[in-house]
Design a protein around this ligand. Structure first.
Ligand code: PGA
Length: 252
């Protein structure tokens, strides 16, 4: 375990109502403990319908509110049903998940993701950029080439690294209860960091998180893995009890 800042980011996906603000308060209570606050960042990425109300009521520095996707146009336009990164920022989002495999599965390409990242960065949102291989890619030994392609096509040299977080999420582990072993995650995270440095031609890399079926039990497997800068947590983030147990057990 290192002293580096750790991220615990929740992804509520298409779940949650206004009354669920109480869940965020519960998490906030735990995260406001001074000893926890100084070395961790906690973000809850909620549906667009909740961002304004949650961000407004939660005047807290211990938990930030984030969005889960946006349109590639940075401000306004004739795009029915779409929401831009500037709108999300104005509503109170500080972070945004982009490139999630559930969106890729609906047709989002590396090229579109690049435009979305550019738009979000312009609007000063911190981008949680998701990449990961499918099970077929993994079986065919293509994990590195897929990760490299996803990075190369959506990260540009001039990006402000300070506003980027990468989430390594193997598609086969999202919502399945299956996770790669700690060594496999370490190997892939090292690769991601190496490739990222090549693209931006800098010594530093952004934080790289692991995501996919993280729960309070398996998080222990990753506690001693110094490559992991935090977690992107889907299903378990909808329960404050489970989310807090993940944070507690990580440090146990
Ligand atoms: P999961 O989702 O934790 O439910 O597997 C992770 C994600 O989709 O970000």
């Amino acid at each position: 375990m290192t002293n580096k800042l750790k991220y615990f980011i929740g992804n509520w996906k298409m779940f949650g109502n206004i009354a669920d603000l109480k869940k965020i308060y519960q998490i906030h209570r735990f995260c406001s403990l001074k000893k926890f606050k100084i070395k961790n960042r906690v973000v809850m990425c909620v549906p667009n319908s909740l961002i304004y109300s949650f961000a407004n009521k939660l005047k807290s520095k211990s938990v930030s509110i984030g969005a889960q996707n946006c349109h590639y146009k940075e401000d306004y336009g004739p795009f029915t049903g779409a929401v831009s990164s500037s709108m999300l920022k104005k509503a109170g989002a500080k972070y945004i998940i982009l490139g999630h495999s559930e969106n890729r599965a609906e047709g989002e390409t590396n090229k579109i993701i690049l435009k979305k990242i550019e738009a979000a960065l312009k609007n000063n949102l911190k981008v949680i950029f998701c990449i990961g291989e499918t099970f077929k890619d993994k079986l065919n030994g293509k994990t590195f080439s897929i990760l490299k392609k996803q990075l190369k096509s959506s990260i540009k040299k001039n990006f402000n690294i300070k506003n980027i977080i990468i989430a390594y999420e193997p598609v086969w582990s999202i919502g399945t209860g299956r996770t790669p072993g700690s060594l496999e995650v370490e190997k892939n995270l090292k690769f991601i960091k190496k490739e990222f440095k090549k693209i931006v031609n800098k010594k530093n890399t952004p934080p790289v998180l692991y995501g996919g079926s993280v729960n309070s039990k398996n998080v222990r497997n990753f506690s001693s893995n110094s490559e992991i800068d935090g977690f992107l947590i889907g299903g378990a983030s909808q329960s404050p009890k489970k989310f807090i147990a993940i944070m507690k057990n990580y440090y146990k």
